[in-house]
Ligand binder design. Structure first.
Ligand SMILES: C[S@@+](CC[C@H](N)C(=O)[O-])C[C@H]1O[C@@H](n2cnc3c(N)ncnc32)[C@H](O)[C@@H]1O
Length: 285
């Protein structure tokens, strides 16, 4: 007879309740060892914008940032959550002195191999540890700002302000409440009998969204059950911002917003757009 697997239904019922705002999961998709191995392929996949945007958008984004911030050869740029270095390598090719920060050893190995001119640091950017007043620009690209709790976001902003030179620019993009309204609202499940994205062996994924309208926040929760009876909980939090709410947060951190856009290629901002790009500056000394 086949060995039987026991599922702890009490724990399952507990983890499927609506979680408190920004409560973490058991594991984090960017540092989970099995997921990290596949993430590089997802970053580089030109058929999807899941982990990074497509090359054509990245090229236009880098060109626009260089122009909008008037960056020239020798200027220092810090890219937070640089992943495999798709932006950093292009900024370096334009002559900037570039530092990339990411949690993922796998992505950083790729970045270092393809862009030896830049400096790559494996750090949690919420605890960013770089020299003070050293950077003309700090970038945080592809909505990473949105995954942070208010406390983590404000901790990150304190470190960004410290890292910027007087007059330096912080640039990031965030999702809007319009984007939030496009997210799936129903429960879903997937059975992978031969392993897949979440786990190397057979697993069942129970997907469930929750919304926190009073905080403009959504979470998609993935409960992953494996055939040894284990459950692993992943949560993908997204705090969505309007120009007003993002400006208030940046102002509170001591930054002044100098430009609001529909994305980081310089498109005009419209209230019905999914994305919001922003440039904010540290005051001149
Ligand atoms: C959505 S990807 C975007 C990567 C890159 N900005 C791009 O657009 O190609 C998010 C990246 O941020 C990294 N990351 C997530 N949280 C982080 C943290 N707290 N500290 C450092 N890196 C983090 C992940 O490892 C991943 O490479």
């Amino acid at each position: 007879m086949e060995p039987q697997t026991t599922i702890d239904l009490t724990r399952l019922a507990a983890v499927m309740q609506k979680p408190p705002l920004f409560a973490p999961g058991d594991s984090f998709i960017w540092s989970d060892p099995h997921i990290a191995k596949q993430m590089l392929a997802v970053h580089l996949d030109q058929s999807t914008d899941l982990a990074s945007r497509r090359t054509e958008t990245i090229d236009r984004t880098v060109a626009w940032i260089l122009d909008a911030l008037d960056l020239t050869a020798g200027d220092a740029l810090l890219d937070l959550g640089c992943g495999p270095g798709l932006y950093t390598s292009r900024f370096a090719a334009a002559g900037l002195t570039v530092t990339g920060v990411d949690l993922s050893a796998n992505s950083l190995a790729y970045a270092r191999e393809h862009d030896p001119a830049s400096t790559y640091l494996q750090q949690n950017y919420v605890e960013l540890d770089v020299p003070a007043a050293a950077f003309d620009a700090v970038t945080l690209i592809f909505g990473d700002f949105c995954v942070l709790s208010d406390a983590a976001r404000d901790a990150l902003l304190r470190r960004v302000v410290r890292a910027l030179k007087p007059g330096g620019a912080f640039i990031c993009d965030v999702t809007t409440p319009t984007f939030a309204a496009t997210l799936p609202t129903g429960r879903d499940w997937t059975l992978e009998t031969a392993g897949g994205f979440w786990k190397p062996g057979p697993h069942l994924v129970l997907e469930q969204p929750f919304t926190y309208p009073e905080h403009n926040t959504t979470v998609t929760q993935y409960v992953v059950l494996t055939d040894d009876g284990q459950t692993t909980l992943y949560r993908n939090w997204l705090h969505h911002y309007s120009p007003e709410t993002l400006t208030a947060v940046l102002n509170a951190a001591g930054l002044t917003v100098t430009g609001t856009y529909g994305d980081l290629t310089g498109a005009a901002y419209t209230p019905d757009g999914d994305w919001l790009g922003i440039i904010a500056r540290k005051p001149e000394a």
